[in-house]
Design a protein around this ligand. Structure first.
Ligand code: HEC
Ligand code: HEC
Length: 298
Protein backbone atom coordinates (compact mmCIF):
# COMPACT_ATOMS: atom_id res chain seq x y z
CA UNK A 1 0.00 0.00 0.00
CA UNK A 2 1.30 3.48 -0.80
CA UNK A 3 2.09 5.85 2.06
CA UNK A 4 -0.83 8.05 1.07
CA UNK A 5 -3.46 5.32 1.42
CA UNK A 6 -1.76 4.03 4.54
CA UNK A 7 -2.07 7.47 6.14
CA UNK A 8 -5.57 7.89 4.76
CA UNK A 9 -6.77 4.73 6.48
CA UNK A 10 -4.84 5.42 9.70
CA UNK A 11 -6.15 8.98 10.02
CA UNK A 12 -9.77 8.00 9.35
CA UNK A 13 -9.46 5.18 11.90
CA UNK A 14 -8.00 7.50 14.55
CA UNK A 15 -10.55 10.26 13.91
CA UNK A 16 -13.40 7.75 14.15
CA UNK A 17 -12.09 6.23 17.37
CA UNK A 18 -11.53 9.63 19.00
CA UNK A 19 -14.94 10.76 17.74
CA UNK A 20 -16.65 7.77 19.30
CA UNK A 21 -14.92 8.50 22.65
CA UNK A 22 -15.99 12.11 22.46
CA UNK A 23 -19.65 11.28 21.74
CA UNK A 24 -19.60 8.78 24.57
CA UNK A 25 -18.00 11.09 27.18
CA UNK A 26 -19.75 14.31 26.18
CA UNK A 27 -23.14 12.66 26.56
CA UNK A 28 -22.28 10.96 29.79
CA UNK A 29 -24.32 11.95 32.76
CA UNK A 30 -23.60 10.15 35.98
CA UNK A 31 -25.90 11.78 38.44
CA UNK A 32 -29.58 11.06 38.30
CA UNK A 33 -31.32 14.36 38.75
CA UNK A 34 -33.03 14.66 42.08
CA UNK A 35 -36.53 13.41 41.86
CA UNK A 36 -38.76 16.31 43.01
CA UNK A 37 -40.50 15.29 46.21
CA UNK A 38 -43.91 16.01 44.96
CA UNK A 39 -43.80 14.54 41.48
CA UNK A 40 -42.09 12.62 38.75
CA UNK A 41 -38.45 12.46 37.67
CA UNK A 42 -37.35 15.17 35.26
CA UNK A 43 -38.02 14.65 31.55
CA UNK A 44 -36.07 15.70 28.52
CA UNK A 45 -39.12 17.28 27.00
CA UNK A 46 -39.12 14.87 24.02
CA UNK A 47 -42.57 13.51 23.33
CA UNK A 48 -43.36 10.80 20.83
CA UNK A 49 -46.99 9.86 20.32
CA UNK A 50 -47.69 10.99 23.87
CA UNK A 51 -44.80 8.98 25.32
CA UNK A 52 -42.30 11.15 27.24
CA UNK A 53 -38.61 10.54 27.76
CA UNK A 54 -37.04 10.56 31.25
CA UNK A 55 -33.81 12.48 31.51
CA UNK A 56 -31.76 9.57 32.93
CA UNK A 57 -28.14 8.60 32.24
CA UNK A 58 -27.29 5.46 30.24
CA UNK A 59 -27.29 2.37 32.45
CA UNK A 60 -23.74 1.66 33.70
CA UNK A 61 -23.41 -1.76 32.01
CA UNK A 62 -24.52 -0.24 28.70
CA UNK A 63 -22.02 2.58 28.95
CA UNK A 64 -19.24 0.15 29.91
CA UNK A 65 -20.03 -2.01 26.92
CA UNK A 66 -19.33 0.97 24.65
CA UNK A 67 -16.12 1.69 26.53
CA UNK A 68 -15.22 -2.00 26.12
CA UNK A 69 -15.57 -1.86 22.31
CA UNK A 70 -13.32 1.21 22.15
CA UNK A 71 -10.68 -0.46 24.36
CA UNK A 72 -10.95 -3.60 22.22
CA UNK A 73 -10.42 -1.51 19.06
CA UNK A 74 -7.28 0.11 20.44
CA UNK A 75 -5.78 -3.18 21.68
CA UNK A 76 -6.66 -4.87 18.37
CA UNK A 77 -5.06 -2.11 16.29
CA UNK A 78 -1.88 -2.33 18.37
CA UNK A 79 -1.62 -6.14 18.08
CA UNK A 80 -2.92 -6.81 14.56
CA UNK A 81 -2.63 -5.12 11.15
CA UNK A 82 -5.38 -2.55 10.71
CA UNK A 83 -3.67 0.86 10.72
CA UNK A 84 -2.54 1.19 7.13
CA UNK A 85 0.92 -0.30 6.71
CA UNK A 86 1.52 -0.84 10.44
CA UNK A 87 1.83 -4.65 10.74
CA UNK A 88 0.81 -4.87 14.41
CA UNK A 89 3.21 -5.89 17.18
CA UNK A 90 2.30 -9.60 16.88
CA UNK A 91 3.37 -9.67 13.23
CA UNK A 92 0.30 -11.75 12.30
CA UNK A 93 -0.59 -12.17 8.62
CA UNK A 94 -3.32 -14.24 6.98
CA UNK A 95 -0.69 -15.67 4.65
CA UNK A 96 1.51 -16.63 7.63
CA UNK A 97 -1.42 -18.33 9.30
CA UNK A 98 -2.19 -20.24 6.12
CA UNK A 99 1.47 -21.27 5.73
CA UNK A 100 1.49 -22.57 9.27
CA UNK A 101 -1.67 -24.61 8.74
CA UNK A 102 -0.20 -25.93 5.50
CA UNK A 103 2.93 -27.00 7.36
CA UNK A 104 0.91 -28.81 10.01
CA UNK A 105 -1.12 -30.57 7.32
CA UNK A 106 2.06 -31.53 5.47
CA UNK A 107 3.47 -33.16 8.58
CA UNK A 108 0.23 -35.06 9.12
CA UNK A 109 -0.02 -36.26 5.52
CA UNK A 110 3.68 -36.99 5.22
CA UNK A 111 3.08 -40.14 7.24
CA UNK A 112 0.33 -41.22 4.83
CA UNK A 113 2.45 -40.51 1.76
CA UNK A 114 5.44 -42.29 3.29
CA UNK A 115 3.52 -45.59 3.08
CA UNK A 116 3.58 -45.24 -0.74
CA UNK A 117 7.28 -44.45 -0.97
CA UNK A 118 8.65 -47.76 -2.19
CA UNK A 119 5.91 -48.43 -4.73
CA UNK A 120 6.23 -47.96 -8.49
CA UNK A 121 3.66 -45.95 -10.48
CA UNK A 122 2.18 -49.19 -11.85
CA UNK A 123 1.80 -50.55 -8.32
CA UNK A 124 0.31 -47.30 -7.08
CA UNK A 125 -2.17 -47.26 -9.95
CA UNK A 126 -3.85 -50.42 -8.61
CA UNK A 127 -3.61 -49.43 -4.94
CA UNK A 128 -7.11 -48.43 -3.72
CA UNK A 129 -5.77 -46.06 -1.03
CA UNK A 130 -3.50 -44.27 -3.49
CA UNK A 131 -6.37 -44.14 -6.01
CA UNK A 132 -8.63 -42.43 -3.47
CA UNK A 133 -6.05 -39.75 -2.64
CA UNK A 134 -5.14 -39.35 -6.32
CA UNK A 135 -8.78 -38.80 -7.23
CA UNK A 136 -9.11 -36.10 -4.56
CA UNK A 137 -5.90 -34.37 -5.72
CA UNK A 138 -7.14 -34.55 -9.31
CA UNK A 139 -10.47 -32.99 -8.33
CA UNK A 140 -8.70 -30.11 -6.58
CA UNK A 141 -5.93 -29.43 -9.08
CA UNK A 142 -6.78 -30.77 -12.50
CA UNK A 143 -10.55 -31.11 -12.93
CA UNK A 144 -11.02 -27.42 -13.85
CA UNK A 145 -9.31 -28.13 -17.16
CA UNK A 146 -9.45 -31.88 -17.73
CA UNK A 147 -12.96 -32.42 -16.30
CA UNK A 148 -13.79 -34.25 -13.08
CA UNK A 149 -13.76 -37.56 -15.00
CA UNK A 150 -10.48 -36.70 -16.79
CA UNK A 151 -12.14 -36.86 -20.20
CA UNK A 152 -11.11 -33.33 -21.10
CA UNK A 153 -12.94 -31.03 -23.47
CA UNK A 154 -12.20 -28.62 -26.31
CA UNK A 155 -8.48 -27.81 -26.08
CA UNK A 156 -7.95 -29.97 -22.99
CA UNK A 157 -6.83 -33.51 -23.73
CA UNK A 158 -8.77 -36.57 -22.63
CA UNK A 159 -6.54 -38.42 -20.15
CA UNK A 160 -8.57 -41.62 -20.07
CA UNK A 161 -7.90 -42.89 -23.59
CA UNK A 162 -4.67 -44.30 -24.99
CA UNK A 163 -4.08 -41.39 -27.36
CA UNK A 164 -1.28 -39.27 -25.91
CA UNK A 165 0.17 -35.99 -27.06
CA UNK A 166 3.33 -36.50 -25.01
CA UNK A 167 3.25 -40.20 -24.17
CA UNK A 168 1.41 -42.41 -21.72
CA UNK A 169 4.30 -44.08 -19.92
CA UNK A 170 4.57 -43.34 -16.19
CA UNK A 171 7.69 -41.25 -16.91
CA UNK A 172 6.02 -39.18 -19.66
CA UNK A 173 2.89 -38.56 -17.59
CA UNK A 174 4.97 -37.56 -14.58
CA UNK A 175 7.01 -35.18 -16.76
CA UNK A 176 3.82 -33.63 -18.22
CA UNK A 177 2.51 -32.94 -14.72
CA UNK A 178 5.77 -31.84 -13.10
CA UNK A 179 7.14 -29.51 -15.78
CA UNK A 180 3.97 -28.72 -17.72
CA UNK A 181 3.74 -28.76 -21.51
CA UNK A 182 3.22 -26.20 -24.19
CA UNK A 183 2.04 -27.23 -27.63
CA UNK A 184 3.49 -25.16 -30.48
CA UNK A 185 1.44 -25.42 -33.64
CA UNK A 186 2.29 -22.46 -35.86
CA UNK A 187 -0.31 -20.77 -38.06
CA UNK A 188 -0.03 -21.47 -41.78
CA UNK A 189 -2.40 -18.96 -43.40
CA UNK A 190 0.49 -16.84 -44.72
CA UNK A 191 2.63 -19.75 -45.92
CA UNK A 192 0.07 -21.91 -47.74
CA UNK A 193 -2.86 -19.56 -48.40
CA UNK A 194 -6.55 -20.39 -48.21
CA UNK A 195 -6.24 -22.89 -51.05
CA UNK A 196 -3.48 -24.74 -49.25
CA UNK A 197 -5.60 -24.83 -46.09
CA UNK A 198 -8.53 -26.37 -47.96
CA UNK A 199 -6.28 -28.89 -49.72
CA UNK A 200 -4.38 -30.05 -46.67
CA UNK A 201 -7.63 -30.36 -44.68
CA UNK A 202 -8.99 -32.76 -47.29
CA UNK A 203 -5.70 -34.64 -47.14
CA UNK A 204 -6.09 -35.04 -43.36
CA UNK A 205 -9.54 -36.57 -43.98
CA UNK A 206 -7.92 -38.92 -46.47
CA UNK A 207 -5.31 -39.91 -43.86
CA UNK A 208 -8.13 -40.62 -41.43
CA UNK A 209 -10.01 -42.72 -43.99
CA UNK A 210 -12.90 -40.27 -43.96
CA UNK A 211 -14.91 -38.88 -46.83
CA UNK A 212 -12.78 -36.40 -48.77
CA UNK A 213 -12.34 -34.61 -52.08
CA UNK A 214 -9.71 -36.68 -53.90
CA UNK A 215 -8.53 -33.84 -56.11
CA UNK A 216 -8.02 -31.37 -53.27
CA UNK A 217 -6.38 -34.09 -51.18
CA UNK A 218 -3.86 -34.67 -53.91
CA UNK A 219 -2.71 -31.04 -53.67
CA UNK A 220 -2.89 -31.35 -49.89
CA UNK A 221 -0.45 -34.22 -49.89
CA UNK A 222 2.19 -31.91 -51.34
CA UNK A 223 1.42 -29.16 -48.85
CA UNK A 224 1.62 -31.71 -46.06
CA UNK A 225 4.96 -33.06 -47.26
CA UNK A 226 6.44 -29.56 -47.36
CA UNK A 227 5.06 -27.98 -44.23
CA UNK A 228 3.69 -30.55 -41.82
CA UNK A 229 5.80 -33.72 -41.82
CA UNK A 230 8.55 -32.15 -39.72
CA UNK A 231 6.28 -32.31 -36.69
CA UNK A 232 3.34 -34.57 -37.55
CA UNK A 233 5.43 -37.25 -39.23
CA UNK A 234 5.45 -38.57 -42.79
CA UNK A 235 2.21 -40.48 -42.38
CA UNK A 236 0.63 -37.90 -40.02
CA UNK A 237 1.11 -40.25 -37.09
CA UNK A 238 2.34 -37.44 -34.82
CA UNK A 239 5.41 -36.98 -32.66
CA UNK A 240 5.26 -37.23 -28.90
CA UNK A 241 8.59 -35.48 -28.43
CA UNK A 242 6.94 -32.31 -29.83
CA UNK A 243 3.41 -32.94 -28.60
CA UNK A 244 2.29 -32.99 -32.23
CA UNK A 245 -0.92 -35.00 -32.34
CA UNK A 246 -1.64 -38.00 -34.49
CA UNK A 247 -3.78 -36.65 -37.33
CA UNK A 248 -4.88 -40.04 -38.68
CA UNK A 249 -7.15 -41.11 -35.82
CA UNK A 250 -10.56 -39.70 -35.08
CA UNK A 251 -9.47 -37.93 -31.90
CA UNK A 252 -9.40 -34.16 -32.27
CA UNK A 253 -8.23 -31.87 -29.50
CA UNK A 254 -9.71 -28.82 -31.21
CA UNK A 255 -12.82 -30.30 -32.79
CA UNK A 256 -13.39 -32.55 -35.80
CA UNK A 257 -15.49 -30.23 -37.96
CA UNK A 258 -13.79 -29.05 -41.18
CA UNK A 259 -14.23 -25.43 -40.08
CA UNK A 260 -12.43 -25.98 -36.73
CA UNK A 261 -9.64 -27.97 -38.37
CA UNK A 262 -9.16 -25.16 -40.91
CA UNK A 263 -9.08 -22.59 -38.10
CA UNK A 264 -6.34 -24.62 -36.41
CA UNK A 265 -4.30 -24.79 -39.61
CA UNK A 266 -4.79 -21.09 -40.45
CA UNK A 267 -4.01 -19.61 -37.04
CA UNK A 268 -2.18 -22.35 -35.13
CA UNK A 269 -2.77 -23.52 -31.55
CA UNK A 270 -0.81 -23.17 -28.34
CA UNK A 271 -2.21 -25.49 -25.68
CA UNK A 272 -0.65 -24.88 -22.27
CA UNK A 273 -0.41 -27.39 -19.46
CA UNK A 274 0.82 -25.47 -16.37
CA UNK A 275 3.79 -26.96 -14.48
CA UNK A 276 2.74 -28.34 -11.09
CA UNK A 277 6.18 -28.59 -9.46
CA UNK A 278 5.68 -25.19 -7.80
CA UNK A 279 2.38 -26.05 -6.10
CA UNK A 280 2.64 -29.80 -5.56
CA UNK A 281 5.34 -31.81 -3.88
CA UNK A 282 6.79 -34.87 -5.53
CA UNK A 283 4.79 -37.30 -3.39
CA UNK A 284 1.55 -35.73 -4.59
CA UNK A 285 2.67 -35.67 -8.22
CA UNK A 286 3.49 -39.38 -8.00
CA UNK A 287 -0.03 -40.16 -6.77
CA UNK A 288 -1.50 -37.99 -9.55
CA UNK A 289 0.65 -39.77 -12.12
CA UNK A 290 -0.60 -43.12 -10.84
CA UNK A 291 -4.18 -41.85 -10.91
CA UNK A 292 -3.92 -40.63 -14.53
CA UNK A 293 -2.15 -43.87 -15.47
CA UNK A 294 -4.97 -45.88 -13.94
CA UNK A 295 -7.62 -43.82 -15.78
CA UNK A 296 -6.00 -44.79 -19.06
CA UNK A 297 -5.56 -48.44 -18.13
CA UNK A 298 -8.96 -49.32 -16.76
C1 HEC B 1 -5.09 -24.64 -16.84
C2 HEC B 1 -5.56 -25.88 -17.37
C3 HEC B 1 -4.89 -27.17 -16.93
C4 HEC B 1 -4.73 -27.64 -15.66
C5 HEC B 1 -5.10 -26.99 -14.34
C6 HEC B 1 -4.11 -28.94 -15.80
N1 HEC B 1 -3.91 -29.22 -17.11
FE1 HEC B 1 -3.05 -30.90 -17.84
N2 HEC B 1 -3.11 -30.12 -19.72
C7 HEC B 1 -3.70 -28.93 -20.07
C8 HEC B 1 -3.55 -28.72 -21.49
C9 HEC B 1 -4.09 -27.53 -22.29
C10 HEC B 1 -2.82 -29.81 -21.97
C11 HEC B 1 -2.38 -30.04 -23.43
C12 HEC B 1 -1.16 -29.24 -23.70
C13 HEC B 1 -0.93 -29.15 -25.18
O1 HEC B 1 -1.90 -28.90 -25.92
O2 HEC B 1 0.22 -29.27 -25.60
C14 HEC B 1 -2.56 -30.68 -20.84
C15 HEC B 1 -1.85 -31.87 -20.90
C16 HEC B 1 -1.74 -32.77 -19.87
C17 HEC B 1 -1.11 -34.06 -19.96
C18 HEC B 1 -0.47 -34.65 -21.19
C19 HEC B 1 -1.53 -35.37 -21.99
C20 HEC B 1 -1.03 -36.07 -23.20
O3 HEC B 1 -1.86 -36.42 -24.03
O4 HEC B 1 0.19 -36.31 -23.30
C21 HEC B 1 -1.23 -34.67 -18.73
C22 HEC B 1 -0.76 -36.05 -18.34
C23 HEC B 1 -1.92 -33.74 -17.87
N3 HEC B 1 -2.21 -32.59 -18.59
C24 HEC B 1 -2.23 -33.98 -16.56
C25 HEC B 1 -2.69 -33.00 -15.68
C26 HEC B 1 -2.82 -33.18 -14.27
C27 HEC B 1 -2.57 -34.47 -13.51
C28 HEC B 1 -3.24 -32.00 -13.75
C29 HEC B 1 -3.47 -31.63 -12.31
C30 HEC B 1 -2.32 -31.65 -11.46
C31 HEC B 1 -3.40 -31.07 -14.86
N4 HEC B 1 -3.05 -31.71 -16.01
C32 HEC B 1 -3.81 -29.76 -14.73
C33 HEC B 1 -4.34 -28.06 -19.23
C34 HEC B 1 -4.36 -28.16 -17.84
C1 HEC C 1 6.39 -27.00 -35.45
C2 HEC C 1 5.68 -28.24 -35.42
C3 HEC C 1 4.39 -28.31 -36.22
C4 HEC C 1 4.22 -28.12 -37.56
C5 HEC C 1 5.28 -27.79 -38.60
C6 HEC C 1 2.82 -28.36 -37.82
N1 HEC C 1 2.17 -28.66 -36.66
FE1 HEC C 1 0.20 -29.07 -36.47
N2 HEC C 1 0.42 -29.22 -34.47
C7 HEC C 1 1.62 -29.11 -33.80
C8 HEC C 1 1.39 -29.22 -32.38
C9 HEC C 1 2.44 -29.18 -31.29
C10 HEC C 1 -0.02 -29.36 -32.21
C11 HEC C 1 -0.78 -29.46 -30.91
C12 HEC C 1 -1.07 -28.07 -30.43
C13 HEC C 1 -1.56 -28.01 -29.04
O1 HEC C 1 -1.37 -28.98 -28.32
O2 HEC C 1 -2.15 -26.98 -28.67
C14 HEC C 1 -0.58 -29.37 -33.57
C15 HEC C 1 -1.93 -29.50 -33.83
C16 HEC C 1 -2.46 -29.62 -35.09
C17 HEC C 1 -3.86 -29.86 -35.37
C18 HEC C 1 -4.96 -30.04 -34.35
C19 HEC C 1 -5.15 -31.51 -34.04
C20 HEC C 1 -6.29 -31.77 -33.07
O3 HEC C 1 -6.28 -32.87 -32.49
O4 HEC C 1 -7.19 -30.94 -32.92
C21 HEC C 1 -3.98 -29.91 -36.72
C22 HEC C 1 -5.24 -30.15 -37.51
C23 HEC C 1 -2.67 -29.69 -37.27
N3 HEC C 1 -1.78 -29.51 -36.26
C24 HEC C 1 -2.38 -29.66 -38.62
C25 HEC C 1 -1.16 -29.26 -39.13
C26 HEC C 1 -0.93 -29.04 -40.54
C27 HEC C 1 -1.95 -29.27 -41.64
C28 HEC C 1 0.35 -28.64 -40.67
C29 HEC C 1 1.08 -28.26 -41.92
C30 HEC C 1 0.49 -27.21 -42.70
C31 HEC C 1 0.92 -28.61 -39.33
N4 HEC C 1 -0.02 -28.99 -38.45
C32 HEC C 1 2.22 -28.27 -39.08
C33 HEC C 1 2.85 -28.94 -34.35
C34 HEC C 1 3.10 -28.66 -35.67
Amino acid sequence: MSTFWSLWISIITIITTVGVCWVLLSNRKVVVKEKPKDGEAPKTGHVYDGIEEYDNPLPGWWFNMFVGTVVFTIIYLVLYPGMGNFPGVLGWTSDGQWQEQEKKAEVRFEAVYATFDGLSIEELSVNPEAFKIGRRLFGNNCAVCHGSDGRGSYGFPNLTDDDWLYGGTPEAIEASITHGRSGMMPGWAAAIGEEGVNQVTEYLFKLGDSEHDAKLAEGGEKVFASFCVACHGVGGEGNQALGAPNLTDDIWLYGRSPELIKTTIRSGRQGLMPAQSEQLRESKIRLLTAYVYSLAHQ
